[in-house]
Design a binder for this molecule. Structure first.
Ligand code: SF4
Length: 367
């Protein structure tokens, strides 16, 4: 008899309503937390639904056919998302990443992208608008997304071998269609394209060099992500993690690599270039080389709850303020009040003691 795992959707609701400071708060274009990390990067989950069941994010045993996804009425409307993004931008946010679940499942997403592409940063420039997708719908939508104002995409692809791909994602979706989505995105000008591979020992680590060979010289940037203990349902074990140092070593044996300097404060990937000039790769090492010291990311759930860390156990209900009788200045003050007290550094403190924490699911707040 298979063990029935209780859906941990309940964790979605651990979100208090932020307090609104009595004094009006004028955003200063930069908003830093207790560790001096200024909020710069906002990740917005536009749906908690997905058509894949990646074992490290949305295992089928939890997100099965009886799983209750959020009703549409509880999702933030596009106008509400845009209003929040404008408030975040006034505090210095420059980059918005649309995530999910699978963001391309959200109907009329192009309309939201059009609205967001009109928002300006404090430097009076357009926001950097990106999206992370499993590419299952990308071939069909790439041109419309570009036309709406999207600048680039990140595609999740964990293997080139169909059987291994299926094992990682528990869906009968052919790799060829993901590759077609990548080609369509490139043809539409949604570049540079980043390709994210989550590496799990004993499952797809045999594909590391195969993936490097496939995308070397393609102009796309392949990034290897250490398998993480996100959420509370993927059965994470440290033994299943392939440290990034090992990933680099394996590739270097075939295609010599050289370290590249970091691009900007808050960049998650460590960059390496192929010595023969045929491009670069990245490694994202939340487990073995934490990068909390430069974490400038805030995450907004599909229902408008703010999470200040990917491994948070509770959020802050901004939707209640949006749908309450609060002005932008008041919401801006509440946001500042929250962020200024942020001291998240989960990856630095990950240990046996943190194992049992009921972390919010990645599929709910986006990667
Ligand atoms: S663990 Fe939390 S604080 Fe650290 S880098 Fe990840 S999201 Fe940021």
């Amino acid at each position: 008899m298979t063990e029935r795992i209780i859906p941990i959707a309940d964790a979605r609701y651990d979100a208090g309503i932020p307090s609104v400071p009595a004094r009006a708060y004028a955003p200063a274009g930069v908003l830093s937390d207790v560790r001096g990390r200024a909020v710069r990067d906002l990740r917005i989950s536009v749906t908690d639904r997905c058509n894949f069941r990646c074992s490290y994010c949305m295992p089928r045993t939890v997100f099965g056919k009886d799983y209750r996804f959020l009703p549409h009425t509880s999702l933030l409307r596009f106008e509400e998302i845009t209003r929040l993004v404008r408030i975040f931008a006034a505090h210095g946010v420059e980059k918005v990443r649309l995530t999910g679940g699978e963001p391309l499942l959200r109907r009329n997403l192009e309309s939201l992208i059009e609205m967001l592409s009109a928002v300006r940063t404090v430097r009076d420039t357009p926001l950097e608008l990106t999206l992370t997708t499993n590419a299952s719908l990308l071939a069909r939508k790439a041109r419309a997304l570009k036309a709406a104002g999207l600048q680039r995409v990140t595609v999740s692809l964990d293997a080139l071998d169909d059987a291994i791909f299926r094992e990682m994602n528990s869906v009968d979706f052919p790799v060829a269609d993901v590759l077609a989505g990548i080609d369509a995105a490139a043809a539409a000008g949604l570049a540079p394209i980043k390709i994210n591979m989550v590496v799990k020992r004993g499952v797809n680590d045999g594909e590391i060099v195969t993936m490097a060979r496939r995308f070397r010289g393609s102009g796309h940037v392949l990034r290897f992500i250490e398998y993480m203990d996100v959420g509370a349902s993927n059965g994470w074990r440290l033994d299943d993690v392939v440290p990034s140092a090992e990933v680099v070593r394996r590739i270097h044996e075939w295609f010599p690599l050289e370290p590249l300097a970091g691009g900007y404060f808050g960049e998650v990937a460590k960059r390496w270039r192929y010595a023969d000039g045929s491009g670069e790769i990245g490694v994202i090492s939340s487990v073995t080389q934490p990068f909390c010291a430069s974490c400038t990311r805030a995450r907004l759930s599909t229902e408008g709850k703010l999470f200040t860390c990917l491994f948070a156990t509770a959020g802050h209900d901004l939707r209640a303020l949006l749908r309450g009788d609060y002005s932008d200045d008041q919401i801006s003050g509440a946001l500042a009040h929250l962020w200024e007290r942020r001291d998240d550094r989960y990856s630095e403190i990950r240990s046996d003691a943190t194992r049992g924490l009921r972390r919010v699911e990645m599929s709910y707040i986006g990667g």
